[in-house]
Design a protein around this ligand. Sequence first.
Ligand code: SIN
Length: 281
Amino acid sequence: MADIEGFQTIGVDSLTPHIGAEIDGVDLSQPLSNEQFSEIYQAWLDWKVIVFRNQHIDREQHKAFGRKFGSLHVHPMQHSYGGDPEILTVKTTKDSAYTAGNGWHTDVTCDEIPPLGSMLYMKETPTVGGGDTLYADMYLAYELLSDTMKEMLDGLVAVHDGALPYVGGYNVAPPDGEKYPRNEHPVVTTHPETGKKILYVNSGFTSHIKGMHHWESRAVLSGLYEHIATTPRLTCRVEWQPNTLTFWDNRCTQHHAIWDYWPDTRHGERVSILGTERPAV
Ligand code: SIN
């Protein structure tokens, strides 16, 4: 880890040269000063994934931290798990049929306006170790494409369908009489705050690229997913401990929760923040 200079009220230690940083000097159970909040915000934009260790917060404090970044999101599968609509329980035990997020994805890109970011607060980690989460930098994923590929992708639009993971992966029907969200987004978007370009397709939600034959769309998407899965330099790895909170910028990252701990248990709670605008070219 490297100490990043330029922050006065928080400590920032990078996990890799371009994605992931641990933040210290912050107690999320206490009110943040304006200076601390603006430095946390800057660190999140710069590092895309920020990790807070040894935080002792309850649900209200977790949600209050989320609300500092915007309104809270309600997950499309909320009808199936009940409880607090703004808290997504992420729990895997020996009896789980699946673990949420066990594949490269960006959260809920089936929504018209996908979440701005998500904050996962870990309560229990596997006693055997494991249960880490990988995060990948989608700015860098775009930058590393050839100019020819960039030219081909710019201007294309893809369909993102909630039924793919929620029905196809998890076997959970939508609420009565409803369908899961299905929306179109540009294959290459621009981050609304940094202005940088982002590769914006993911194997969790993207069903196809419009205006292509099925085989053409599959070939392009498979190639892009292979690029993400086989380029380790895109990634950082968060090793969880109980009371770690990780906050990722969902607009420019993908993540993959690793289920390597069966039959052990891992349990956390996630708060997501609503995006402010549709992903734009
Ligand atoms: C998710 O938000 O996809 C779950 C991430 C994790 O459990 O590490």
